[in-house]
Design a binder for this molecule. Structure first.
Ligand SMILES: CC(C)(COP(=O)(O)OP(=O)(O)OC[C@H]1O[C@@H](n2cnc3c(N)ncnc32)[C@H](O)[C@@H]1OP(=O)(O)O)[C@@H](O)C(=O)NCCC(=O)NCCS
Length: 524
């Protein structure tokens, strides 16, 4: 452990905040036994000790996740195989704030506390990031000032088994599978199954049972159908995402969704399944009503993507169109802790109902910096019009300080894998926009490299998404709602994960205004 500053008088030390006695495990025990003890004692880690009670390792919840991801059997795996050996330790006399800084720096979440570090060490406690943060929170702002990047870029705020995005590699995954591989090899319902159940359907019977559960839930309940015309016709301009969030609110109320805090996992799953199933039907019904058309009832046998196009257009799509839209939908189900997913998790962390969480998420998605870009990207294509106009148009836009829609990403600093896949899909669909789009992509990347050097700006999912959807007959107003339909599955998966192991998400901000307390002035 690094040098330990002597605590100032009155300063709290590790001894004040650590947990003890420590929950321990033996190296030869099975991981399942150790995990059971962690659950029983409600702790996030166990310290592995030898016969002399010396800390020789630490086994945490994260190790359990690694083990599960590797497909290993916890009932035969030994603690010694999965623990982090020879862990760093800390002395009980260390100042809590210094300990906090050390844990944050190393990315540790727990660290064993030992007396006489180095000489006949004795395990006396364990201290977690959470324990230390409680102390950090009661320090004056200047003492806890940390460099939190604006927009929380790179800040890890949770553990998840839903999936991840590796921005530098241009790779993302759902559970343990590459999302692009899933999009190329499985129907959407299989991926939905994977998200909700944690594994892919293994047999056709699994798949059929899931469809039998989901398909009847596509139908809009009568009490919601009655109010849809008013929602669809509200306002001079139709904003489909606004209409969707209003109707989802109505849907949750009609089905009697209750606070996630008060319902069991099975009920919450049931709410989630129904909401994901009905979302495409709501989108299409709202759209058609606004066009003065009758809604089309869900098709009894068509799969998700084909049924979506059918309910929107009133005729069955070609196989090619359904397959193209299905790939897009699968590729947008989940994508790390994006703004809308984080929103859904924050709302769930308050114990609110699933409807509240996904309505909030739809609100976050409606912003152009998140989900509102595909129609704007297509609009840009239309405005540019011809290849010869591309370079001057793009250059002038960037020089004006405009953002090129469909370019740049918070996490990807290389090609967005979704964009690569959708480019292929769009290529196969053909059409007059494709050649121009390829030219604009190459030109924009070149212009951005020149005018925004080092920012690593490439196409994101939204650039080719618009072209694919346009080619499949989806109107631009429905581009973002289509994204919302598939992302609903991702949001709900996160809601379920958050609710299963909840703690209120309640961060802090650093106050940077005029120093308080100022006298309250009288009104003049
Ligand atoms: C997606 C996005 C919001 C990510 O933003 P971010 O991680 O916060 O990136 P920043 O806003 O910090 O941008 C970093 C720099 O790159 C520039 N930049 C980022 N995206 C750009 C774009 N699409 N066009 C032009 N410049 C862009 C910014 O102007 C900034 O330049 P600066 O350093 O001179 O100020 C951003 O790239 C964007 O606005 N893209 C266009 C909208 C879009 O396609 N959204 C869909 C996302 S899937």
């Amino acid at each position: 452990m690094p040098d330990t500053p002597i605590p100032a008088p009155g300063e709290r030390t590790v001894a004040d905040v650590m947990s003890h006695p420590v929950v321990t495990a033996q190296p030869a025990e099975t991981v399942a036994d150790a995990a059971q003890r962690m659950r029983d004692r409600r702790v996030g880690s166990v310290v592995v000790i030898d016969h002399d009670d010396r800390a020789i390792g630490i086994l945490t919840e994260r190790d359990m996740i690694r083990l599960a991801a590797a497909g290993s059997d916890a009932s035969s795996a030994k603690v010694s195989e999965w623990m982090t050996g020879d862990p760093d330790t800390i002395g009980p006399e260390v100042e809590a704030r210094a300990a906090f800084a050390t844990l944050a720096e190393h990315g540790y979440r727990h660290i064993p506390v030992v007396e006489n570090a180095g000489t006949g060490e004795k395990l006396v406690g364990i201290v977690s990031m959470r324990d230390l943060m409680r102390v950090a929170m009661i320090q004056p702002a200047s003492a806890q000032a940390q460099d939190i990047p604006k927009g929380l870029e790179g800040v890890v705020v949770a553990d998840t088994t839903v999936g991840d995005v590796r921005g530098l590699e241009g790779f993302y995954h759902y559970r343990e599978y590459s999302a692009v591989d899933l999009a190329k090899s499985r129907p959407l319902e299989d991926v939905w199954y994977l998200m909700f159940k944690g594994r892919l359907p293994e047999t056709l019977a699994d798949r059929e049972a899931f469809a039998a559960d989901v398909n009847p839930r596509r139908v809009i309940p009568e009490a919601v159908a009655e109010v849809l015309p008013a929602i669809a016709r509200a306002g001079d301009t139709f904003i489909p995402l606004d209409a969707l969030r209003t109707s989802i609110s109505q849907y949750g109320a009609t089905l009697g969704f209750r606070a996630s805090h008060d319902v069991d996992d099975a009920t919450l799953r049931d709410n989630a399944l129904s909401t994901c199933a009905v979302t495409p039907t709501l989108i299409c019904a709202l759209w058609r009503l606004r066009q003065g058309l009758e809604p089309v009832a869900p098709h009894p046998t068509l799969r998700y993507a084909a049924n979506y196009l059918y309910m929107m257009q009133g005729t069955e799509p070609t196989e090619e169109q359904a397959a193209a839209v299905e790939k897009y939908l699968i590729s947008t189900i989940d994508h790390g802790f994006n703004a809308s997913t984080f929103t859904a998790r924050v709302i769930t962390s308050t114990g609110a109902d699933l409807g509240a969480a996904v309505v909030g998420a739809i609100g976050a998605l409606s912003g152009p910096l998140h989900g509102g870009a595909p129609s704007r990207a297509l609009q840009m294509l239309d405005e540019i019009g011809t290849a010869d106009r591309a370079e001057p148009w793009l250059r002038a836009a960037v020089e004006r300080g405009d953002r090129l829609m469909g370019f740049g990403h918070r996490v990807y600093k290389t090609d967005d894998p979704r964009s690569l896949m959708l480019r292929e899909v769009a290529d196969n669909l053909g059409g007059d926009k494709m050649e121009l789009a390829r030219h604009i992509e190459t030109t924009a990347v070149k212009v951005l490299e020149e005018l925004k050097p080092g920012r690593r700006l490439y196409t994101n999912v939204e650039f080719y998404a618009g072209i694919v959807m346009d080619r499949c007959g989806i109107p631009p107003e429905l581009f973002t709602p289509t994204f919302a339909a598939s992302r609903m599955i991702g949001w709900c998966t996160h809601v379920l994960e958050q609710a299963a192991d909840n703690r209120l998400i309640r961060p802090s901000a650093q106050y940077v205004g005029p120093p308080p307390p100022q006298p309250v002035p009288p009104i003049s």
